[in-house]
Design a protein around this ligand. Structure first.
Ligand SMILES: [Mg+2]
Ligand SMILES: [Zn+2]
Length: 112
């Protein structure tokens, strides 16, 4: 079974293949809730909290993602590089909260 680090690596490769800048954050105990990946895609700030399937973001992670979205960025929890690729295919016409292409019925989160 894939580890979270494998998903992070696949997402990072996909962003860089797209032409984006991508920075992986390493937990240092001083920046709790900071998303696993911070990126710049087509001039837009994109933050990604990577989770294993069915795992949920913690309260502090959710709080920080909300703040990034409030500031106009994309802030998403992803468990799968396929979802990232789908969003990149229509970027920046993607949901800021789930990265789904903004064409019905892809976005299910109702926060975009
Ligand atoms: Mg994570
Ligand atoms: Zn959405």
């Amino acid at each position: 079974m894939a580890k979270e680090a494998d998903i992070v690596k696949a997402i990072r490769r996909a962003i860089e293949a797209y032409g984006g800048y991508c920075q992986k954050n390493h937990g240092d105990g001083l920046s709790s809730g900071r998303p696993d990946i911070e990126a710049c895609v087509d001039g837009h700030f994109v933050a990604i909290e990577v989770k294993m399937p069915r795992k949920k973001a913690t309260d502090i992670q959710t709080h920080i993602l909300d703040k990034i979205r409030s500031a106009g960025g994309w802030a998403v929890v992803l468990d799968d590089v396929i979802k990232l690729r789908a969003g990149l295919s229509t970027f920046p016409l993607t949901c800021r909260a789930c990265f789904a292409p903004l064409k019905p019925p892809f976005c299910q989160c109702k926060t975009s």
